[in-house]
Design a protein. Sequence first.
Lengths: 294, 274
Amino acid sequence: MDFIQLVISGLANGCVYGLIALGFVLIYKATEAVNFAQGDFMMIGAFVCLGFTNSDFLGLNFWLSIVLAMGVMAILGYLFDWGILRHMSGQSQTSIVILTIAVGFILRFLAGSIWSHEPVSLETPFAGEYVRAGGLVLGVDEILIIVVTILLTFGLYLFFSRTKLGVAMQAASQNQLAAYYMGIPVKRIQSLVWALSGVVAAVAGILFASKGAIDPASGLLGIKAFAAAAIGGFGSLPGALVGGLIIGLIEPLSARYAPDGFAGIARIAPYAILIIVLIFRPGGLFSQTQKKKV
Amino acid sequence: MSAPLLDIKNATQRFGGVVAVNDVTMHVNKGEVFALVGPNGAGKSTVFNLLSRFYTPAEGSITFDGTDLLKLNSDQIPSLGIARTFQNIELFEQATVLQNLLVGRHRHRKTNVLSDIFFTPSARKQERQHRHAVEEVIDFLDLQAYRDKMISGLPYGVRKVVELGRALATQPKLLLLDEPASGLSVEETQDMAFWIEDIQKQMGITVLMVEHDMGLVSAVSNRVMALAEGKELATGTPAEVQSHPAVIEAYLGTSGIQKGGTADKKKTSKGAAA
């Protein structure tokens, strides 16, 4: 029972990591840029929702606030690409990476100034509620996190495989030149991918905040999610989710079953796994790179 | 003859001090196959890239079917009915042949995100039409065996055909072929010649191509323009252009000292097509 309990809470954490990792991968695939501010986008998404719904701020309906937060993050993502990154096209990857790291710092500062530097909890209608099933005590928040992640994944799958826009995004990420000549406005599509990753970040942030508290430093969770994306094979959407789940699971399990005095191993376990995966499968678990034919 | 389908007037494109295309004027009539030939660096590909709107010419005008091309962006070109292939093949590598051809239908897809996700009857009907159009292309180019194969695993010759298929799937009025025969075997080049003929005669698509293989050019083109160093040397039927003194001079040189490489190239390609 103890084990199952740990697995479920690990899965819930893993879903959040997985969703942030998904944001990394979406942007990497579409623009070949790595957005090191993805964790901070997640944090901002949580704060925006909190700002709409918490009684200290606007006190709007929780569900409405979620939709608003997703909308705000979509617009922020779009504007970030349209206003800043588009003017940097042709610059080296390094400059873009440094830029996103800088943006992360700015976002953490802004979040602290606008909302709070201290941890705040998101006021959800289901806070503290739980269900008993057999000998298990499951937090409603944890169940919701898992369910929402499954639904979002399924939605994204339908979006990418079926819709004109989703297919255009895939095409633009595989070959920009060819995409142009199929009539795909590649630059606008890239901005829309940023918008989409903003939405995913908002969902991740709201889920994260709903089972605890959020503070500006939560943005640094992005580093762990980056490890998740790398484990999954940077560039694979299912890989990002699986990578997130692996990290989510390894943390509570390693803390629980580590020998006495080694509980701190949970903190380094995700990175140890990352190193092991990269040694044995340098492309990640779900890598799509082909061996070069000679 | 009515107004030409494609009309280029006094186009000039410079890269730094190099004049890649120098005051070129040409037109392509509806329904013809028009070939651009010339030694390497003559400016043929630059003309293509001007038409694709990679570059904006320093001077001159380009109109297609009455529309000023220079007012449009690259991604708006396909909606006019211009499709192209690339010298170095630009396909979607991590997708199947079928998926690549379906992306060619992009400009014809009129659905929105919601109707696509819920796969409404109208979206379904459109999907059927697109699949049907793509299957016709697959039949035409004999790609059945490769329909569900990933591009990344396909040999060069097949990729070349897939790229042609993707361009046809857009149902263009004008097809730009950038060296359709380069890298193909003799047999594959013959197939390409048949297809170009069918594309012109059965599908009624106008073709503008850049090609080094004079055999293919003579076999399929109605008119040819020879370029050298960005300038027009001669325009006319394949035979006229090949016997034009300025063209012979550009390929062989004047002083009687043969520039071996280019001369050989012309000879071999002629031989290959015979």
